[in-house]
Design a binder for this molecule. Structure first.
Ligand code: ATP
Ligand code: MG
Length: 268
């Protein structure tokens, strides 16, 4: 059997024609009435998610927004099979998590960090490095292959972490606040970069963010969660052409609707 990730392309293929991100209505992720609670050491129980029903079609970018502590990371870990639900069902194509913190290994170079998923899948070292190296230039990282994580900017570290996630070869990418720690300018650049990368290398993506505007700029659909325990309080379709502009009237209107679902309409 070939090693996992062996079919990962060595180049991101540009599309000749723009096409919708949603490549099929085939569901890639189906959550039905999912419940998750944590037992605490003092014997109390923290309900994190309650009655979550969500779907994502293959090729869809589903954004999940919600207040801190409402269960967003828990949701991604459930989708990736890193923890099990207490109730309900989850059906999902193989999924990989890009964690909330980049978790690059400080003793490895940027290239070795990016190639890590391939190495874990037993792809030989030279081959894994070659595959990661082929994508470095396309992700704006060429020249930094040998840099250690502390020598990279925050945006570069996130790109290396994203490349590692992409090279896992899994069809579903779960991105947990990928740009949360970045300044506003780098964040905007990274949003554009992610949109362009996914246009060339489509995957099903669940993007967790606390930034409603980011969700609307990038997603096909936005699920809004309530405060803990997280419930889906709204789902907004974002049927707008890409690239999208912050100042577009429809983007602003959707942002208002999402903020209102979050109960933040009157506070701004
Ligand atoms: N391992 C754990 N043990 C006990 N409680 C936990 C555990 N992991 C998460 N929780 C609790 O579950 C709730 C949801 O946590 P989670 O990390 O999923 O939220 P989140 O929406 O990702 O938050 P943030 O936006 O701050 O990252 C929180 O109240 C958290 O304290
Ligand atoms: Mg989280």
């Amino acid at each position: 059997m070939p090693a996992e990730g062996a079919n990962v392309p060595t180049q991101l293929q540009p599309r000749t024609q723009p096409s919708p991100r949603r490549t099929a209505e085939r569901p890639a992720i189906v959550l039905e009435s999912v419940e998750r609670a944590y037992d605490r050491r003092d014997g109390s129980v923290v309900p994190a998610l309650a009655g979550i029903s969500l779907r994502a079609a293959a090729g869809e970018l589903l954004a999940v927004v919600g207040p801190s502590g409402c269960g967003k990371t828990t949701l991604l870990e459930l989708i990736c099979g890193l923890q099990a639900p207490d109730g309900g069902t989850i059906a999902c194509e193989p999924a990989v998590l890009m964690p909330q913190r980049d978790l690059l290994l400080p003793w490895l170079s940027a290239l070795e960090n990016a190639a890590l998923a391939l190495r874990i899948a037993h792809v030989p070292r030279a081959q894994a490095r070659a595959r990661a190296a082929a994508l470095f230039a396309e992700l704006g990282l060429d020249g930094f292959e040998d840099g250690r994580p502390h020598e990279l900017s925050g945006g570069m570290r996130q790109r290396v972490a994203f490349l590692r996630t992409l090279l896992s070869g899994k069809p579903v990418l779960c991105l947990d606040e990928p740009f949360g720690a970045l300044d506003a300018i780098t964040r905007g650049e990274m949003q554009e970069w992610l949109a362009a990368t996914l246009a060339r290398e489509p995957r099903t993506v669940v993007l967790v963010t606390h930034d409603v505007e980011e969700a609307i700029l990038l997603a096909d659909r936005v699920a809004v969660l309530s405060p803990r325990p997280g419930r889906v309080v709204a789902q907004l379709e974002v049927a707008l052409e890409r690239p999208r502009s912050r100042t577009d009237g429809e983007v602003i209107a959707l942002r208002e609707r999402a903020l209102s679902a979050l109960g933040m309409g009157a506070r701004r």
